[in-house]
Design a protein around this ligand. Structure first.
Ligand SMILES: CC(C)(COP(=O)(O)OP(=O)(O)OC[C@H]1O[C@@H](n2cnc3c(N)ncnc32)[C@H](O)[C@@H]1OP(=O)(O)O)[C@@H](O)C(=O)NCCC(=O)NCCS
Length: 394
């Protein structure tokens, strides 16, 4: 029977520290996001995605020769197997993109020569392959579902530019590549968020890298997590124009509904990443001659914050999904790819966490996660239920 003293926490694990990590620190009260000791603003302004992925995997920023070797390694691993392209062609064109991505991760596992190797070196090689191949897989799927031939990765392009090239079929200019690169830097890591926890929980069973990352993709797909950026754009499109923003905000609050892109489970300030994304959204809008989505976002942010304060007597803040939506839209990225684009960046954080779960920490590794639950079901009496034969059950 139950131990009366067992603690029960129906908190969604909010505020419960379940492991230590050297990978990142989210200081919610101060509005700081730190990857391995470096502020996100400094990384976004001064480092590329490849440098950040190296930092996450190897615990230090690369020097020039390390960066060159790492970029070459990523570029060399970008191709996905022809069998995977053939499998993608069998998928229904309206399949949910995150489902295709998650299935693709499992299929990639079938082709990885390191899949049964439990060494740290093999885990790092698998991490690099996953980071390299996510953009190829995603771009290939988008082209296949639009009856276009998938493009081979371009070894002369950096990670962000190559993704846009494989997606759109033309090389992006320097500014657009830079914006994509900054987005990848900003979304790469965020401590024990839901998808990272999912990856680490699976890794704690000694399941392999692909099983862990596949679980993380599934977790990211939910609208309370990575799916929110798509909801922001759908909301902007539903509002339609700047003059309708105020009425929309009031309508949402009156009905007790949320405004996507506002609020965060951890930050008590604006999300530092939102302030980096906002000017890029404005600039990208100017470039395509359509600043409406940025202007609507700005007004929605201000009106939403004011109205929230008026009604609840407290503040609400803008999160990472708010301006990334209008930015991706202005970059010509289809709305249902917004969350998968988040994934092609976050796979760097997930894989770093899986490696940490396998090989770091004080305890003999890995420590299997095994929380407990409180059984609140029946016993049909003081002890267990008596099992009736099938034919006697009413
Ligand atoms: C992210 C989120 C789940 C965080 O939630 P949280 O910090 O735990 O806050 P709670 O859900 O407890 O909400 C606290 C209060 O603020 C309100 N609130 C929170 N986010 C809100 C939003 N975006 N719009 C309107 N009201 C909001 C809640 O209704 C609640 O009101 P109450 O105190 O009267 O019940 C929540 O802010 C949200 O749903 N945001 C919209 C979705 C989104 O953008 N998600 C991406 C996160 S990166």
């Amino acid at each position: 029977m139950e131990d009366e003293c067992k603690p029960m926490l129906n908190t969604g694990l909010r505020g419960v520290v379940i492991a230590d990590t050297r990978i990142s620190d989210v200081q919610g009260a101060a509005g700081k996001l730190i990857y391995r000791g470096y502020l996100i603003q400094d990384l976004a302004n001064n480092a590329t995605f490849e440098e950040v992925a190296f930092l996450l995997l190897f615990e230090k920023l690369p020097n020039p020769s390390e960066l060159k070797a790492f970029k070459n390694q990523l570029a060399a691993e970008r191709d996905i197997p022809q069998e995977l392209i053939a499998a993608l062609k069998t998928r229904p064109k309206d399949a949910l993109v995150m489902d295709v991505l998650q299935a693709g991760v499992s299929l990639l596992a079938n082709h990885d020569p390191d899949i049964t190797d439990q060494s740290q070196e093999a885990a790092v090689r698998m991490a690099i392959r996953l980071i390299a191949q996510f953009p190829t897989l995603l771009a290939a799927w988008d082209r296949i579902r639009n009856d276009k031939k998938p493009l081979k990765p371009s070894p002369k392009l950096d990670h962000a530019a190559n993704f846009l090239y494989m997606l759109k079929g033309e090389e992006p200019d320097e500014e657009e590549s830079h914006f994509m690169d900054v987005c990848l830097v900003l979304h790469a890591e965020h401590s024990f968020n839901a998808s990272t926890f999912a990856a680490r929980e699976v890794a704690s069973t000694r399941a392999h890298m692909y099983a862990s990352v596949g679980a993380a993709v599934g977790s990211l797909s939910g609208e309370l997590h990575g799916g929110a950026n798509m909801r922001v754009m759908e909301m902007l499109k539903k509002i339609g124009s700047v003059d309708k923003v105020e009425a929309y905000v009031n309508e949402q609050f009156d009905a007790g509904r949320v405004i996507f892109g506002l609020g965060h489970a951890v930050y008590d300030t604006d999300d530092p990443r939102a302030h980096i994304l906002s000017p890029m959204s404005k600039r990208m809008g100017e470039r395509i001659g359509e600043t409406k989505w940025y202007e609507m976002s700005q007004l929605l942010e201000n009106t939403g914050k004011d109205e929230f304060h008026k009604r609840k007597g407290k503040d609400i803040y803008v999160n990472v999904d708010f301006y990334s939506a209008s930015l991706y839209y202005a970059m010509g990225i289809p709305i249902d790819l917004f969350t998968p684009v988040f994934a092609i960046s976050r796979v760097s954080g997930w894989t770093a966490h899986v490696i940490e779960e396998y090989f770091a920490g004080a305890a003999p590794k890995p420590m299997l996660y095994r929380p407990e639950s409180e059984y609140v079901g029946d016993y049909c009496g003081p002890d267990v239920c008596e099992l009736e034969p099938l034919e006697d059950r009413g």
